[in-house]
Design a protein around this ligand. Structure first.
Ligand code: HEM
Length: 386
């Protein structure tokens, strides 16, 4: 990631107007931070500026809402994600990790993705939402489609065709996801349980319940955004440790460094590559005027390698401090699931490193990366161990 973004930053300057695709791009740390922080100038709600707002309305979740509605939705759902609520999930996360590793313990080899980092967050979020974890093969298909991971060959054709194909796939996937959650909602209306869906149905903001569309959008966001990124965090950690084998020795000696090592993985291989905003007025940036209503992509993956913010950004250093990476965004939309993602990664990796020795990537199989413009992670990560 370092080489490609340094090349881009140097070749094209800090602000790029992609006229064909009709968006702008920023690469520097301060600019991505500003995009995330100044929510009055940089809106998260694309429906306000779209040619076809109805396409956005359907997917209108907390992620794509501006204040004041954002504040109300966030205060409601954040009750399920308080540090205390998340910490109480630790024993269950450890139990699931042990169960998953029990399946491969005698084999001497495993695929980190299929055997551990995909099922773990799906089982956790399914239990939180109250949907059957057995449906996880279907959840994976939906996640893959939502991040548009299989269609990169289309970029070779042309941007318009790519965008149109992406819109179609996302629309179809959302239809299927919403149909799935509509049935869950109907069941919980008849019989509430101790789960997030039931809580969301019972929740009131100033006496008003959430709309069905808001609940559907939130469940979909958790199922997709929360899973694929956490899967990739664990997969990316293995890749980083394998590329820098001295970290494995450091961690064996000092297991207390693991949380810091996870922060460095988040910086070095950010699972979410970018964030998107829309200008609410004309904005002057590095001598260019970005007109009102334009989409700007802030490249998190580039900001996290900005030498102004991170000395020797190309060095993978698990003792790096401070490490103010933007992997979880910043400001009012700062990732709601960050404590959960950090906890899952910490528990999964610590149990893995404790139970298995000499974990090495199987070099006979090349690392295949997910082909997506939004997400960074390995499709598979086969390893051997003792
Ligand atoms: C927001 C990344 C895991 C739920 C975000 C944002 C980023 C991000 C960059 C901000 C987007 C923006 O400002 O436009 C990640 C990464 C994860 C992760 C890298 C794992 C390593 C999770 C998990 C959950 C989750 C586990 C839930 C279970 C959310 C939600 C938002 C969000 C609900 C929207 C918050 C808001 O708009 O107020 N995430 N995420 N994420 N994330 Fe995560």
């Amino acid at each position: 990631p370092y080489a490609s973004f340094t090349a881009l930053r140097t070749a094209s300057g800090p602000v790029v107007h992609n006229e064909k695709a009709r968006f702008w791009e920023v690469f520097e740390y301060d600019d991505v931070l500003m995009l995330a922080s100044e929510h009055e100038t940089f809106s998260s709600d694309g429906s306000k500026f779209a040619d076809h707002p109805e396409e956005f309305i359907k997917a209108q979740s907390i992620l794509t809402t501006d204040p004041p509605r954002h504040r109300q939705l966030r205060s409601l759902v954040s009750q399920a994600f308080t540090p205390r609520a998340i910490a109480s999930m630790a024993p269950r996360i450890a139990e699931i990790t042990h169960d998953l590793l029990d399946h491969v313990v005698g084999q001497g080899s495993m695929d980190i993705i299929t055997d551990l980092s995909y099922p773990l967050p799906v089982i956790v979020i399914s239990e939180l939402l109250g949907v059957p974890a057995e449906d996880r093969a279907q959840f994976k298909r939906w996640s893959d489609d939502m991040v548009f991971s299989e269609y990169d060959e289309l970029t070779a054709i042309n941007v318009e065709e790519y965008n149109e194909r992406m819109r179609q796939v996302i629309r179809r996937t959302l239809d299927e996801l919403y149909d799935y959650f509509r049935i869950v909602l109907a069941e919980r209306r008849l019989q509430p349980c101790q789960d997030l869906v039931s809580e969301l149905l019972a929740a009131r903001i100033e006496g008003q319940s959430l709309s069905e569309a808001e609940i559907l959008a939130f469940c979909t966001l958790l199922l997709i955004a929360g899973n694929i990124t956490t899967t990739n965090l664990i997969g990316n950690a293995l890749l980083c440790f394998d590329e820098h084998p001295e970290t494995m020795d450091q961690l064996a000696e000092r297991p207390d460094l693991l949380p810091q090592a996870i922060e460095e993985v988040l910086r070095y291989r950010s699972p979410a590559l970018l964030l998107a905003r829309y200008t609410t007025r004309d904005v002057e940036l590095h001598g260019q005027t970005i007109p009102c209503g334009q989409m700007i992509l802030g490249w998190i993956a580039s900001a996290n390698f900005d030498p102004q913010q991170f000395p020797h950004p190309e060095a993978f250093d698990i003792t790096r401090s401070p490490n103010r990476h933007l992997a979880f965004g910043h400001g009012i939309h700062f990732c709601l699931g960050a404590p959960l993602a950090r906890l899952e990664a910490k528990i999964a990796l610590s149990i893995l490193l404790e139970r298995f020795q000499q974990i090495r990537r199987n070099r006979e199989q090349p690392v295949e990366t997910i082909h997506s413009a939004f997400i960074l992670g390995p499709k598979h990560c086969p390893v051997t161990f003792k």
